[in-house]
Structures are given as structure tokens and as C-alpha cells.
Design a protein around this ligand. Structure first.
Ligand SMILES: Cc1ncc(C[n+]2csc(CCOP(=O)(O)OP(=O)(O)O)c2C)c(N)n1
Length: 391
């Protein structure tokens, strides 16, 4: 009798409830709401204590992180395809493999905080809130791109996100400047300044560390150590590969950048540190990029296919989160597969937009260079062509 009643109630609910409500019902029956995980201890520099050794993951956050990482992964794979089809031209640096970094960093800060990064920018653009279609359309140089089709892969911007910088290390003093502005305004906001391990060898970075430490700026310097700077392994490029210690007088953390929970916890710890007025902190995220340095680098002349395969099969960030969620009953395999197909559809729709949206009109080429829109003349390319700027 009880089974019959349950079946009847379930049929009624099944019939009347809209899809999301049905999911809530299933969720409340079968899934755990949260679970606690042991996470890898961070290596510490000039710090007495570091981030916790356990992290609580709620089902809601887990599903969100999973979806975001899948979006970044599939967006980058789509960019690879569009590049090979010549829809995308010029420079294009993909971040697949490094998804736990951009998603984990965003999970540890507030939307009102600030972020600046290098040319490997697409993932951060998405986690800072740009829709996939505006990122892909920027890559294909279309009007609906986030920089109106005039910036491309390395020059994308969003609210509280300052690019996308093509010059190695250029964003580091700029990030210190943004942190100086936060301190000056007294708004309790912080700036995350990301750069590759290749940039960590530059003199201008030492200068930015120096000013940030001197003025106790609320800045998290984040060195994404993916083991290579273009085609040079870190061992061949740096006298010290302990990047988390290279702020000298700035405290540092070395973090497992393939584990989103490690990245989130370390970022929360670092953000609290900065916000409390103690000054800057440096985080080294140990990660790996599956693609070469850029689309023009096949990425297998200085590392082996086996090495890439090993990382994919042993430490893939999406797989790690998926295993955790399924094993602790935070989600089912089927449910995650459903998310995968939603993501695939979102990416296909975005790609459709990015390949059909028109290019910006040529008369607008000179817009948005100066705030006052003076007449714009192209020098060097063709001296007879002039673009008139109109407001
Ligand atoms: C000032 C400057 N010098 C040289 C270059 C050429 N360049 C582009 S990326 C790069 C190496 C960057 O190292 P890293 O960020 O560790 O490389 P990734 O892991 O992104 O391949 C160099 C030398 C540049 N863009 N800017």
C-alpha cells in the first residue's frame, strides 16, 4: 500500500512539476548536500600557518564548479577547432588543463575584487562573467565580441577584469597599481595578478613585488607554473623553481593548481591575509597546459606525448572533481553527463554566433582608442587610407 501511495505521489509530482523542481525533488532524496575532503597541504614561505587541510564542498557549489570547468574546457577545444578552420587568426593561447586555476580563484574572491592576467586569458574572461558567445566572437573578430571584435584573444576585458596582456609580465606592475587604487579608495577590495612562470624571471616583477610590499598593497601575486615558459622547461629557465619563495620578503604558498578545492581554499586564505591589511602574498599554482604555448606550437617538441597523457589520466582537474562528487554522492554520473550535454549545446550555439555575426564596420576601426575620438589616421599600412572617427 505504501509503495502504491509513493508511486502515485511520484507520478503526480512527475506530471505537474517543471524540470528544475523535479531535479530538486530527486536531489533531496538521493544526494548528500555537502561533503568534506582532505586536500593537499600547501608549502609555506614566511607564514606560520596556511590554508586548511580539509575543504567542505556543497552539492550546489560542486555542480557549479563542474559546469564552469567544462565550459572553459569545451570553449577552448572549440577555439582550437575554429582556429584550424581559419575563423580565428593571429595569436591564440588556450588554457585547457588549467581550469581549476581560473574557476578556483574566482570561487575564493568576490565579484567586486579585481583580476588582471596574461595572454592566456579566455578562462578568466569567462569566470569574470563574460558569456561564451562574446568570448568566441571576440576570437573570430566579430561585432558581438566582448571588445567589439577589435581586441582578439589577448585583449578582452570585463567588469573588474583588466585583460589579457600580450607583453610578458606587463600586467604585474599594472596589478600592483590596481591594488594601490583599492588601498587608496579604502574599499576593502583586492587585486589578483596572474602571470606565467616565464614572467617570474623578469626584473619588472621584482620591482612590482617591492612596491607592493613597501606599501602593503592588497595584492595576490599568482604565478601559474605549468612547467614550461613557451618551449623551455622551468628547470632550464630558472635558477630557483620555488616560485612561491621568489617574492623574497613577501610570504608565499605553493598550491596544487589541479585541484579546485586546494585553489579555492588557498585563495580564500590569501584574500583574508590581504584584506586584513598585512600586504601582498604570492601563490604559486602548480598546473599544466594540454595545448602548446599557443596555437602555433604543437607542444610536443619539448615534452613527450606520454607526459601529457599521464597528466590527463592522473591529475585532470575536471576528472578529479567528478570522482569526488560521484564517490561522495554529491552527484550522479548521469547528472554530470546531462551537464556535459548542456555545455556542449551552449558552446555550439556560441560558435554559431561567433561564425555568423558580422565583422565590425571599417569606419569604426578607429573608435575607442581615445576617449575624445579625434580623427584617426592609419600610418604605415597605407598612407592613402584615413578613417574618420565619429562619436
Ligand atoms: C616582453 C616580452 N618578451 C618576450 C615575449 C615573447 N613571449 C611570449 S610568451 C613568452 C614566455 C612566457 O612564459 P610562460 O608564461 O611561463 O609561458 P606559457 O606557459 O604561457 O607558455 C615569451 C618569451 C613577450 N610576449 N613579451
Amino acid at each position: 500500500m505504501r509503495e502504491m501511495l509513493a508511486a502515485f505521489v511520484s507520478r503526480v509530482l512527475w506530471g505537474v512539476a517543471k524540470k528544475p523542481a523535479r531535479r530538486v525533488l530527486v536531489a533531496s532524496c538521493n544526494y548528500s548536500n555537502d561533503a568534506m575532503f582532505e586536500i593537499k597541504k600547501c608549502d609555506l614561505y614566511l607564514l606560520d600557518e596556511g590554508p586548511p587541510l580539509t575543504a567542505v564542498l556543497t552539492r550546489e557549489d560542486g555542480l557549479r564548479y563542474y559546469k564552469m570547468m567544462q565550459v572553459v574546457r569545451r570553449m577552448e577545444l572549440k577555439a582550437d577547432q575554429l582556429y584550424k578552420q581559419k575563423f580565428i587568426r593571429g595569436f591564440c593561447h588556450l588554457c585547457d588543463g588549467q581550469e581549476a586555476c581560473c574557476v578556483g580563484l574566482e570561487a575564493g574572491i568576490n565579484p567586486s575584487d579585481h583580476v588582471i592576467t596574461s595572454y592566456r586569458a579566455h578562462g578568466v574572461c569567462y569566470t569574470r562573467g563574460l558569456p561564451v558567445r562574446s568570448i568566441l566572437a571576440e576570437l573570430t573578430g566579430r561585432r558581438g565580441g566582448c571588445a567589439k571584435g577589435k581586441g582578439g584573444s589577448m585583449h578582452m576585458y570585463a567588469k573588474n577584469f583588466y585583460g589579457g596582456n600580450g607583453i610578458v609580465g606587463a600586467q604585474v606592475p599594472l596589478g600592483a597599481g590596481v591594488a594601490l587604487a583599492c588601498k587608496y579608495m579604502g574599499n576593502n577590495e583586492i587585486c589578483l595578478t596572474l602571470y606565467g612562470d616565464g614572467a617570474a624571471n623578469q626584473g619588472q616583477i621584482a620591482e612590482a613585488y617591492n612596491m607592493a610590499a613597501l606599501w602593503k598593497l592588497p595584492c595576490i601575486f599568482i604565478c601559474e607554473n605549468n612547467l614550461y615558459g613557451m618551449g623551455t622547461s622551468v628547470e632550464r629557465a630558472a635558477a630557483s623553481t620555488d616560485y612561491y619563495k621568489r617574492g623574497h620578503f613577501i610570504p608565499g604558498l605553493r598550491v596544487d593548481g589541479m585541484d579546485i578545492l586546494c585553489v579555492r581554499e588557498a585563495t580564500r586564505f590569501a584574500a583574508n591575509y590581504c584584506r586584513s591589511g598585512k600586504g601582498p602574498i604570492l601563490m604559486e599554482l602548480q598546473t599544466y597546459r594540454y595545448h602548446g604555448h599557443s596555437m602555433s606550437d604543437p607542444g610536443i617538441s619539448y615534452r613527450s606525448r606520454e607526459e601529457i597523457q599521464k597528466v590527463r589520466s592522473k591529475s585532470d582537474p575536471i576528472m578529479l572533481l567528478q570522482d569526488r562528487m560521484v564517490n561522495s554522492k554529491l552527484a550522479s554520473v548521469e547528472e554530470l553527463k546531462e551537464i556535459d550535454s548542456e555545455v556542449r549545446k551552449e558552446i555550439e550555439d556560441a560558435a554559431q554566433f561567433a561564425t555568423t555575426d558580422p565583422e565590425p564596420p571599417v569606419e569604426e576601426l578607429g573608435h575607442h582608442l581615445y576617449s575624445s575620438n579625434p580623427p584617426f589616421e592609419v600610418r604605415g599600412a597605407n598612407q592613402w587610407i584615413k578613417f574618420k572617427s565619429v562619436s
